[in-house]
Write a protein that binds this ligand. Sequence first.
Ligand SMILES: O=C(O)CCC(=O)C(=O)O
Ligand SMILES: [Fe+2]
Length: 204
Amino acid sequence: MNLFSEAKQHFKRPQAELIYVPQFFSKAEADRLLQQLKIEIPWQQDDITLFGKTYKQPRLTALYGTTQKPYSYSNITMHPKPLTETLDTIKTKVETFSATPFNTILANLYRDGNDSNGWHSDNEKELGINPVIASLSFGAERPFHFKHKTIKTERHKLVLEHGSLLLMKGEMQHFWRHQIAKTKQPITERINLTFRALITPSEH
Ligand SMILES: O=C(O)CCC(=O)C(=O)O
Ligand SMILES: [Fe+2]
């Protein structure tokens, strides 16, 4: 039993709610999972098309799902792979804590400070209204920036630690954007897993 797992921090901002658990996994578990995910996930660098221009995505990704429904964002369509045992075990722990069922995991590998994830909202229509998104971090600490789309004073930063869980809830994906910025700091790799619940078109 990890004594720290209940040390959760709540952040309430206008039209957003975040819950942060720094030691969702113990240091030993997080170290093991970082190594395991790094080797077992077939990481790939996809092209994305933004405003008619094609770029290499500035990080490596993989998509896993309990259904074979494709997931599209930034003009890429990803076909989910079946969950590995490691991912299935992690998913159960995340679902138990968040009391939310998830059917899709998007995995991100930031190889160093040059890899990033630009300002965006997770607002694809398959996520439905006010999705709960759970995000796990392993490896190098990176700041998670989030800003309100119209209230310019609402700009915040949270450092995502090794083994931590972040839950984004409420109307956050409608009213806020978030990013993982590039950094010139010499940092090592970071793996992020985001858990999402995709709904079928008839559930829209
Ligand atoms: O790497 C992170 O912490 C954020 C990932 C993210 O925002 C996403 O995949 O949508
Ligand atoms: Fe996101």
